[in-house]
Design a protein around this ligand. Structure first.
Ligand code: ADP
Length: 464
């Protein structure tokens, strides 16, 4: 069978954060652009089952917690949680954003989103198996692989009895009834966030973590500041090895080992949150693109070993966060506009990261503990929310801000925050880190009172 080959300037594999910012920029610059995605919509997993729906659920938890402190409806502290309403709220936000994206797409007639799966035929040719059943073949001047990542589930007996973040956060989710008990397997940010939301809604949560620290790759001082502030109904068990999962009626049992002793915990819902893995489009390796354990190998220009093929976002495994994907996507678009020359570069280090637990924690760049491991001594500026006016107003006095400066020039190279507004404050601090500001710059700025951001100025002043 022969196919008519269509010519296009740029084709993106995926239509998530690694793809569409580039697609729009390139369309704006007059290029013909095709995006492909088997979801048939823009925004990838972030909107489908990641950042946006999980935060929609988180914020209802935050509102609920605040209401509980002041409401007097029936028994004190006994506001009933209508989980169906929480899901409806989440679903509505997803629907609203999909509608918004559909409108945005219509603004360009040189940009098309195809509902289908793309695979490589050769370094310039992409086959798209469309949902409609037809196949389309494209000869592409430039290709952006932005196929993202997917839930990784280990081969544990009984794993099929578990739900994943996909089942909880996708539109019209599988989990519709608030469970009395939940076991979360995995103490990465997805597992810990999920545990935190459900504990707030009234579920008793047991979280099983393989290593000795939840958020195992993150700064231990930040993590040990965060964990005591989490909801009392989250029972975190570390150094556990999961052996199998079984079910009796509607109850499931997780069998695990801790310190060599076999133990068991049961719940109505088991959530497997053991990480995500890069999705590599078919044909990628066959045409000679290098793939390692993290994903497609790229440098800061986002180019693969083929100058005209880029890999952006989760698929390269460098910084698997939506906003990092967006920046990488734009870098790729600039390099495409520059004729596949490395003219723009992604920063893989200075990307703000927030763990959206209740309360949340956030960090950026290099922390003092990480620096010590590299033989570097940083100067730490600190501020505790116990002395903060906004934290006192909100009664969120746990945690604080830590800023890390290099000795000598006092340039800020990293930070962490636990507690009040951490996810917002890391943006302001992140910009300071990314732009190389110093403790003098931060100390001299009149941060606003009575907002938590005044803690940034205080933390900088603490070292003088
Ligand atoms: P990122 O933020 O890195 O762009 P996401 O995981 O949010 O990552 O989005 C990646 C998107 O790529 C998902 O919507 C997924 O459906 C899509 N995708 C994965 N494999 C293919 C493929 N072979 N062809 C087209 N789209 C793909």
């Amino acid at each position: 069978m022969t196919y008519q080959i269509e010519n296009v300037d740029v084709l993106t594999i995926g239509a998530g954060g690694g793809a569409y910012p580039a697609a729009f920029r390139l369309a704006k610059a007059g290029k013909s652009v095709i995006m492909t995605d088997p979801k048939g919509v823009m925004s990838g997993n972030c909107l489908y089952e990641g950042c946006v729906p999980s935060k929609a659920i988180r914020e209802t938890g935050e509102i609920l917690e605040n209401q509980r402190r002041f409401a007097n409806l029936g028994l004190p502290g006994q506001i009933a949680v209508d989980f169906a309403k929480i899901i409806a709220h989440k679903d509505a936000i997803q629907a609203r954003r999909y509608a918004q994206h559909e409108k945005e797409l219509k603004e360009y007639n040189n940009l098309e989103l195809i509902n289908g799966i793309a695979s490589f035929i050769d370094p310039y040719t992409i086959l798209v198996n469309c949902k409609s059943g037809i196949q389309r073949t494209f000869k592409c001047r430039h290709i952006i692989i932005a196929s993202g990542s997917d839930v990784f589930t280990p081969a544990i007996p009984g794993v099929k009895l578990c739900l994943t973040s996909h089942d909880i956060y996708k539109p019209d989710p599988t989990l519709k009834i608030l469970p009395k008990r939940m076991v979360v397997i995995g103490g990465g940010y997805i597992g810990l966030e999920t545990a935190s939301f459900f504990a707030t809604f009234g579920t008793k949560v047991t979280l099983l973590q393989r290593s000795s620290q939840v958020l195992s790759s993150m700064d231990p001082d930040m993590v040990s500041t965060l964990t005591p502030l989490l909801h009392k109904d989250i029972n975190i068990l570390v150094n556990t090895t999961i052996e199998r999962i079984e079910s009796t009626g509607s109850v499931k049992q997780v069998f695990y080992r801790q310190d060599g002793i076999q133990k068991q915990v049961e719940a109505e819902v088991i959530v497997m949150a053991t990480g995500r893995k890069a999705v590599i489009p078919e044909g990628t390796k066959q045409i000679g693109i290098e793939v390692d354990n993290h994903g497609i190998v790229v440098g800061p220009s986002l180019q693969t070993r083929f100058g005209h093929i880029y890999a952006t976002g989760d698929v390269n495994g460098r910084v698997p966060l939506f906003h990092a994907a967006v920046r990488q996507s734009l870098v790729a678009s600039h390099n495409i506009l520059g004729g596949d020359k490395a003219l723009d570069y992604a920063d893989f280090v200075n990307i703000p990261t927030t763990i959206f637990t209740l309360p949340c924690a956030a960090y950026i760049g290099l922390t003092a503990t990480q620096a010590r491991k590299q033989g570097l001594q940083l100067i730490t500026g600190q501020y505790n929310f116990s002395e903060d006016s906004r934290a006192q107003i909100l009664e969120t006095m746990g945690g604080g801000i830590r800023l890390f400066f290099t000795p000598g020039n006092l340039r800020i190279v990293g930070a962490w925050i636990v507690g009040t507004d951490a996810g917002l404050l890391i943006g302001q601090i992140g910009l300071a880190v990314a732009k190389g500001l110093t403790a003098y710059d931060l100390a001299a700025f009149a941060d606003q009172h009575p907002m938590s951001s005044e803690g940034i100025c205080h933390a900088a002043r603490s070292i003088f």
